[in-house]
Design a protein. Sequence first.
Length: 296
Amino acid sequence: MKKLNALLLFIATASTLCAQSLQFYTGKRDFLPIEILMEDGSTKKGFAQDFMLPDVATFQMIGKSSEKSAHLDRKEVKFKSSKDDKNIQLIQVSDIKSLIYTNEDTQETFQLDKRIVKEINNDLELESEGRVLMLPLMEKGPINLYGYRSMTCRANFGNGFSSGFDGNEDTCQLMYVMTYLSKPNETVAIAPVDYSSLSPLALFNMKTLYKKFYKAYEIIGADCPEFLKKVDEARKNEYFSNKTFKENKKESDTERKAVIKGKKGAEAAKINMHYKTELYTKMFRKLIDDYKQTCQ
């Protein structure tokens, strides 16, 4: 089996056999600074609790999907106008367009946009219903890239089925990056493949899975005929392939090793996690860049 197949096989079996699922947050269960963009065009500024942020992970019990464990399907947000305010409001996600959190320690912002997420089925058709999620924005552009990191982490407390994570990335291994595609002003996001739901059997035919990626870009870029030619060209050249992944990995490893030289511990772990995340998302960015250059 090729290296990527083996890696993806491990992903599928780990999600079934291990106590690994996701909650993303900044290491605090406190109320965090937030700006809420409402569907009616208004804005609320204050503090919100418990909507997980896409930067670190904890373990949960076996049997949950990663989206549910990351609370991306939350139906309401706990909000108050000031940190000392005793009056907690419950704002329905149905009334929310976007959430913009601020990490008080680093002053980084994290944006989550509401989308109806639809998958590409085995007949290469977009499913009709979908599910409403608040998706973490990874990269903004004419086609937004949404997603989150799935990690397995060495337990800091508890047992193998209910463990915790303290934000130290040198205890974690990146399994995969779940990705979604959506236009900035659209309500639908497309998930080409839900890695957490794949069976080991599905991974023996990678070409079938890769077909879903081309279809996702054809749907998202249907408004631009010139871009569709780029997608067709990528398909003919088998751009989505183990070969492309290996070429990207070789290039990434060379740069990563140069940057990490002389660094240890948490600093080295953060660099490793950055480059591994970039590796898993780079393949998706090529056609996004093609759309940007061709259709803008």
